[in-house]
Design a protein around this ligand. Structure first.
Ligand code: PMP
Length: 378
């Protein structure tokens, strides 16, 4: 049987491979501390679960409008207005099964014939794979810890040419935890190319204020979803916001490939946006405390981290002193200590690892201590 070249060329999402390995060890009876996968350890809040249960009982179990329930799109628009003061028509929104599908729709719209997408490096693992899969080319520009992972405009400008389809930005970021400053957003708005902004970690912000690209550029594409802030990873609910003329072609792709997002999950999404949200400040405070514990513990075991992550729930760690093969390193750490970390290979930086602090304080302390013992005898 002949398999397509693109199915053979796509690289794994390495963190998922590591998670699968960790689960195998758990099955064998090992106790594993999971600092690898970017998933909140909080349960989905009760109001959201109850809304889904009610929706199922009320038989809200059908296909919906391919762009998603109007009530949900109105709630999303209202949420952007409340958070950033920007006005969006619900007609400019498509609800998707996870932010991942929103990325697929946007890249399907913009890419063909090796058109290029400019992305910051380190990057979220899946970006280059979406781009290549849809016949585009990822063009990376470096961001560095020394510069608080801020985007430098000249580095982006260097990459712009006739084949450029878009610039993809991500703030707060996976894997760096960085937030781009207002000044960066203002500068980006002056570039004359489409901007796609992955805002999935919107709201998970600690000391600084985060911005949406829509405050500076009303023509930008946004992807966002419910996985992170609302602890709904497994529900698969996300959305995109796009310029008006981009909606119809993406709607056709959605109709053909996905039909619509799950109806009762969309009702749960409405509850997430409209109902009581008091759990969010408590959750954000808890993450902030975990971040501080994790940073302190990592420094105590001799790891050099100069940037204090401002959002999301990740710490990217330079381990070039120890390795330039982060996958082998992460597998060895897992095998010997029972601590699962993410190889930097996923993010284009093979001499780094990433940990997530979406885990309890006890697990963070215990996991980092084990990592310290491992490094001491490395
Ligand atoms: N973008 C980024 C930066 C992410 O970290 C993730 C999840 N790890 C996604 C998109 C995809 O999220 P989902 O499909 O669950 O909405």
């Amino acid at each position: 049987m002949m398999f397509s070249q693109r199915s053979q060329e796509i690289t794994p999402f390495y963190v998922m491979e590591l998670l699968e390995k960790a689960k195998e060890l758990e099955k064998e009876g090992r106790n594993i501390i999971h600092l690898e996968v970017g998933e909140p350890n909080h349960d989905t809040p009760e109001v959201i679960k109850n809304a889904a249960i009610k929706a199922i009982k009320d038989n809200k179990t059908k296909y919906t409008h391919s762009q998603g329930l109007l009530e949900l799109r109105e709630a999303i628009a209202e949420n952007y207005y409340q958070s950033y003061g920007v006005t969006i028509s619900p007609e400019r929104i498509i609800v998707t099964s996870g932010t991942s599908n929103a990325l697929f729709l946007i890249f399907s719209l913009l890419l063909e014939n090796k058109r290029e997408v400019i992305i910051p490096k380190p990057y979220y693992a899946c970006y280059p794979n979406y781009i290549r899969f849809l016949d585009g080319i990822p063009m990376t520009f470096d961001i560095s810890e020394k510069n608080n992972y801020q985007y430098e405009l000249p580095k982006i400008k260097e990459k712009i040419n006739d084949h450029t389809a878009a610039l993809l930005i991500n703030s707060p970021s996976n894997p760096t935890g960085a937030i781009q400053s207002k000044e960066v957003f203002e500068n980006l708005a002056e570039l004359n190319i489409p901007i796609i902004s992955d805002e999935i970690y919107q709201g998970l912000v600690y000391d600084e204020v985060s911005h949406s690209v829509l405050e500076f550029n009303s023509e930008a594409f946004i992807i966002n979803g419910f996985s992170k802030l609302h602890a709904m990873t497994g529900w698969r609910l996300g959305y995109l916001i796009a310029p008006e003329n981009a909606i119809r072609p993406m709607q056709k792709i959605q109709q053909n490939f996905y039909i619509s997002a799950n109806e009762f999950v969309q009702w749960a999404g409405i509850a997430a946006l409209k109902n009581e949200k008091s759990f969010i400040p408590d959750m954000v405070q808890e993450y902030k405390e975990r971040r501080d514990i994790a940073l302190k513990s990592l420094k105590e075991i001799g790891l050099n981290i100069s940037y204090t992550p401002q959002g999301a729930y990740y710490i990217l760690i330079d381990v070039s002193r120890y390795t330039d093969d982060s996958m082998a390193f992460a597998l060895d750490i897992l095998q010997k200590t029972g601590v699962a970390v993410t190889p930097g290979l996923d993010f284009g930086v093979n001499d780094h690892i990433r940990i997530t602090y979406a885990n309890s304080k006890e697990n963070l302390r215990a996991g980092i201590k084990k990592l310290g013992d491992y490094l001491a005898s490395y």
